[in-house]
Ligand binder design. Structure first.
Ligand code: ADP
Ligand code: AMP
Length: 221
């Protein structure tokens, strides 16, 4: 089952996508990570996207849709992390799913906005992999250092409070309408997870949802 991770910045989508990628055979497609790679490499797309990202605005739909057109060719089950983020993107994704004869379920990370600023200002990111940590809720073994590679972690420039406010406003205005898009009574395609819960609890909820043996509690004899 292909998954669309839906929820505001800081809800925990990337954290959980990495766990499902490592233990359950999914491939994470994070539009934010792809865009940051383009920005770092200075590609034409990166140059165009950078000012939107720096301000906390969404990147225009046509750029994102073009970027995503080739991503579903690979038949591995995917987690779309951060896409779609607008109704036109969701419509474009539906067309792509039809043309590739694939289905997808949207997973809404249900969370109170109150916790998001603390999650995002405490986030530490390993740029090359997109792995994230949190200073309090999921600290690396050595502060400022990625557990896997030993490379330095960074704080994303858009994880500053003033940019976070803009990103949350963008989410409310442009992305939250997707909840109704996928929770259509005629064709419900949305499930919810309690993303206020601690990281390991959210992982357990997802393990049950996708029936991934590695994430399910071992039954006691
Ligand atoms: P998203 O991909 O939805 O923007 P992330 O997965 O990067 O969010 O998580 C944002 C920050 O919050 C990270 O620092 C992460 O370690 C932390 N985090 C993720 N899930 C939880 C959780 N359930 N409880 C507390 N902190 C969390
Ligand atoms: P993220 O890493 O998901 O928090 O995304 C970081 C930034 O990349 C966002 O604030 C947007 O500027 C941009 N971005 C990522 N995904 C999309 C998308 N699907 N549509 C538009 N902009 C996006």
């Amino acid at each position: 089952m292909n998954l669309i991770f839906l929820g505001p910045p800081g809800a925990g989508k990337g954290t959980q996508a990495k766990v499902l990628e490592e233990h359950c055979g999914y491939r994470q497609i994070s539009t934010g990570d792809i865009l940051r790679r383009h920005v770092a490499e200075g590609t034409p797309l990166g140059v165009e996207a950078k000012s939107f990202m720096d301000r906390g605005d969404l990147v225009p739909d046509d750029l994102i849709i073009r970027m995503m057109e080739h991503e579903l060719v690979n038949p591995a089950e995917v987690i779309l992390d951060g896409f779609p983020r607008t109704v036109p993107q969701a419509r474009a994704l539906d067309a792509l799913l039809v043309s590739h004869k694939r289905g997808a379920v949207a997973v809404l990370f249900d969370v109170d906005f109150d916790v998001l600023t603390e999650r995002l200002t405490g986030r530490w990111t390993h740029p090359a992999s997109g792995r994230t940590y949190h200073a309090v809720f999921n600290p690396p073994q050595i502060p400022g250092i990625d557990d896997v590679t030993g490379e330095p972690l960074i704080q994303r420039p858009d994880d500053r409070p003033e940019t976070i406010r803009k990103r949350l406003a963008e989410y409310q205005e442009k992305t939250a309408p997707l909840i109704g898009y996928y929770d259509d009574p005629g064709d419900p395609r949305l499930v919810r997870v309690d993303a206020l819960a601690p990281i390991a609890d959210v992982t357990r909820q997802l393990g049950v949802l996708v029936n991934c043996a590695a994430l399910l509690p071992v039954a006691s004899a």
